[in-house]
Design a binder for this molecule. Structure first.
Ligand SMILES: Cc1cc2nc3c(=O)[nH]c(=O)nc-3n(C[C@H](O)[C@H](O)[C@H](O)COP(=O)(O)OP(=O)(O)OC[C@H]3O[C@@H](n4cnc5c(N)ncnc54)[C@H](O)[C@@H]3O)c2cc1C
Length: 186
């Protein structure tokens, strides 16, 4: 897991298993795997220019080509560390939770058919659901870019750039930052 900086530092990309990997170095971090389901459905109505819609319940829906993606229905109650081997889709979430909410918000979604789904784990930062980026305060050569929750595809590149910069800054004599602005949360 070297950062390619030919240095004594190591970066930790292992997503949802960060807590376990950090524990190998005797570190405990507030990141754990949380299971999430994403469903794909077809509808007679095509709203291809529809933006991402997030209902106050947390359920989201957006078009994806000729179909729609939806999710965000996992109840807060009982939401805890996931079993790393459990990728079983929770279909009742779609039938009993998502569909009624979508049909209320968009009457045309009364007539929809779920076609596919998958389940996976968010790397969930239990502290504030935000990414952890930069060197560990005590083990300075352990660089983190993790805990991206459900935003890692969007934030990953910038986050890793920040982690790389934080690592370089740690090495630059004047401690200056290059490009991405990364400030430790105090
Ligand atoms: C259902 C679902 C829907 C999502 N939807 C979105 C979305 O719409 N938009 C978005 O931006 N993000 C979304 N995300 C979040 C996004 O997938 C993650 O935030 C992102 O994948 C995190 O990237 P990562 O590289 O940190 O970790 P991962 O993608 O988890 O990659 C970690 C890698 O490390 C490897 N690894 C693990 N342990 C070790 C080890 N000990 N040694 C070496 N390698 C190891 C793993 O095999 C894996 O390849 C979603 C996630 C899920 C589960």
């Amino acid at each position: 897991m070297a950062t390619g900086w030919k240095s004594a530092s190591s970066s930790t990309p292992p997503g949802r298993t960060l807590g376990k990997v950090a524990a190998l170095a005797g570190l405990s971090l507030p990141v754990e795997p949380r299971k999430r389901n994403v469903f794909v459905f077809e509808a007679r109505e095509k709203y291809s220019d529809m933006p991402l819609l997030v209902d106050p319940s947390g359920i989201y829906v957006r078009p994806e080509g000729s179909v729609y993606l939806t999710g965000g229905a996992e109840p807060e109650e009982g939401d805890g560390p996931a079993d790393p081997g459990d990728f079983e889709v929770d279909w009742p979430l779609f039938e009993e939770v998502i569909w009624p909410v979508l049909a209320t918000r968009i009457p045309a979604f009364e007539a929809i058919k779920a076609t596919r789904a998958w389940a996976g784990d968010y790397d969930y930062n239990t502290l504030d659901q935000n990414a952890l980026i930069g060197p560990h305060p005590e083990v300075g050569n352990f660089i983190f870019a993790n805990g991206f929750f459900g935003h890692g595809l969007q934030q990953g590149a910038g986050g890793r750039q920040g982690a790389g910069r934080a690592d370089r800054a740690r090495r630059l004599p004047h401690g200056g930052l290059l490009g991405v602005w990364v400030q430790p949360c105090r």
